[in-house]
Design a binder for this molecule. Structure first.
Ligand SMILES: [Zn+2]
Length: 299
């Protein structure tokens, strides 16, 4: 066989693996077939199991396969934790004045407000749980990693002060990457301010329950979040101040693998109890009643 013939045979085969040549002209303007959209799913970052998003949401954003507690928005958490229709929000429209004129900060905040429906990284207010009135604060990691700037610090402080004045217990759900760098020193000052507010509530005999959710780190962990009369953590959450490399570089020592987990912190006395999300309402109601809120003390 001549070489050219062999080439043309190979080319023909390449075009049509089955060895046949389609002679029908291509159909023009054919509407694409509407393929059914796959239903949304959640892929667990820990065990990689894929779960229908609806099942994951119904399970309070906990992976049904490995009990991984996923992150929730402040509004989602509010919906599952307090009695329906009882939430009354404080300082709804408080917003930062960009105190150090950080470039692009206002634009970034504007975009996040639109995306999340939040004004800043925390919502605070009063609500009730099993008909027991209390003050609640919930941080939202979807908003600038729930970093603590002037608004977050002020809202937390006011929540402590309201609890003190009205003799209500305070439950604060924390989740934070730390300080709001866009507010510089103003951000760092919130650590002292919120800690002082927590101390005043404590001196007045109030009750502050700190619930650490994933992740609680930086200046929030190093201030009011660690000052709870009772510190509860969700399973396996990240709790810490600085990252591993920074600490190891500073103290020149190797740290245990899980040293920033809720379980490690429980073992070493920083966390009082680890409670699964589905048991939080019941557990906190029990603690409130033990402390004389919402009826007779439980013996
Ligand atoms: Zn999982």
């Amino acid at each position: 066989m001549a070489l050219e013939n062999l080439f043309s045979l190979v080319k023909e085969r390449w075009k049509s693996p089955a060895g046949t040549v389609t002679t029908e002209p291509p159909v023009e303007n054919e509407k694409p077939v509407d393929k059914p959209k796959p239903s949304p799913t959640f892929k667990c970052p820990r065990c990689m199991q894929v779960t229908p998003a609806e099942v994951y949401a119904d399970n309070l954003k906990v992976c049904p396969a490995c009990n991984y507690h996923g992150r929730m928005s402040a509004k989602e958490r509010l919906n599952i934790f307090v009695d329906g229709g009882t939430f009354s929000e404080f300082d709804k429209d408080m917003r930062s004045l960009n105190p150090i004129d950080f470039p692009g900060y206002d634009e970034k905040m504007g975009a996040l407000r639109e995306k999340t429906g939040l004004v800043d990284a925390i919502i605070t207010g009063t609500a009730s749980i099993h008909s027991i009135p209390f003050v609640i604060g919930i941080m939202d990691s979807n908003f600038m990693m729930a970093s603590m700037g002037s608004v977050v610090g002020e809202k937390i402080t006011r929540a402590f002060e309201y609890a003190e004045t009205h003799k209500l217990p305070l439950v604060m759900f924390t989740a934070s990457g730390g300080a709001r760098m866009q507010e510089g020193i103003i951000s760092l000052m919130q650590m002292a301010k919120t800690s002082a507010a927590a101390a005043r509530l404590s001196e007045a005999g109030g009750l502050f329950i700190s619930v650490l959710t994933d992740p609680t780190t930086g200046g929030v962990e190093a201030s009011f979040a660690s000052l709870g009369d009772i510190i509860i953590a969700e399973p396996k959450v990240l709790i810490g101040f600085a990252g591993r490399r920074v600490i190891e570089g500073t103290i020149k020592q190797h740290l245990p693998e899980d040293f920033q987990s809720a379980e490690f912190q429980l073992e070493h006395g920083f966390v009082d109890m680890i409670t699964e999300r589905k048991a939080l309402r019941r557990t906190i109601r029990h603690i409130l009643r033990l402390h004389g809120f919402g009826g007779d003390k439980i013996a």
